[in-house]
Design a protein around this ligand. Structure first.
Ligand code: SF4
Length: 252
């Protein structure tokens, strides 16, 4: 594996998060939480996004702690599910897929099968990992599943999320210690530009017909709370909804 271009992380090298080798699990089934056929908030351009279920890294302040449990989500046949996802992504106009989580390397074999299916379908692959690249590289010498997922990845964001080191100047990642690396030429120019100029992140808010609000991308808790407050009553804060309902009754 070679790094074609990078915006390396800075600091955080004394953190022990992500330094224990990921579990080795069979690749025949993939455990996942959510699949989105097209989004513009989880990497370059329009991409599909797959949230794997299960993460052993456990970064304090993680945006997706509900994805830590290794037994949650859905468990489906990897190859068959991957083919269906590729079809959905291509129909939605996606040019790539992003694997995130959860932790893709905690089921590296299954993630590699998914990544290879997207590559075969002509899409690029971006992979997020809480494990630092130097650890992944060292483990890949002994672990074929880790080596295979690295080989099927065009763009890697690596390293644990360290909440005390927020990074508002680069897209996709959450903290300054995390690296953005092009492992092929596919997104190398974009990574070079980020290394020189930085770039603000993108947050995507989707409001379904039933009023459910979905958020893709990354923001600080404070920024997200301010944004969601502007949208009105929030189902995750029932007290606000009761107040709103009381006001509505008072004016009747
Ligand atoms: S590696 Fe990612 S999913 Fe896992 S705990 Fe850290 S931020 Fe959360």
């Amino acid at each position: 594996m070679r790094v074609v271009a990078e915006s390396p992380g800075r600091g955080g090298s004394t953190s022990l998060l992500g330094t224990a080798a990921p579990p080795e699990v069979p690749e025949g089934e993939v455990r996942w939480s959510r699949f989105l056929a097209a989004t513009e908030a989880e990497g370059p351009g329009v991409r599909a996004a797959l949230w794997l279920q299960g993460c052993a890294v456990h970064c304090p302040g993680c945006f997706n702690p509900q994805l830590w449990a290794p037994r949650g989500g859905a468990l489906t046949p990897t190859a068959e599910t991957a083919r269906a996802w590729v079809d959905q992504a291509r129909s939605a106009g996606a040019a790539g897929v992003t694997l995130l989580g959860g932790e893709p390397f905690d089921q590296a074999g299954a993630s590699a099968v998914v990544a290879e299916a997207f590559r075969d379908g002509g899409l690029t692959v971006m992979t997020f990992s809480g494990y630092p690249l130097e650890r992944l590289t060292a483990w890949s010498a002994e672990r074929a599943d880790v080596a295979r997922l690295l080989a099927a990845t065009d763009l890697l964001c690596d390293g644990p999320y360290l909440q005390e080191m927020p990074d508002p100047h680069r897209p996709w990642i959450g903290s300054r210690n995390q690296g953005i690396r092009a492992l092929t030429d596919a997104h190398a120019d974009e990574v070079r530009a980020i290394a020189v100029h930085g770039r603000l992140d993108t947050l995507e808010i989707r409001i379904a017909r039933d009023g459910t609000v979905g958020v893709n991308g990354w923001a600080t808790d404070a920024a997200l709370a301010a944004l969601l407050d502007d949208l009105g009553a929030r189902a995750d804060r029932p007290g606000d909804m009761r107040d709103q309902q009381w006001k509505a009754e008072a004016v009747r």
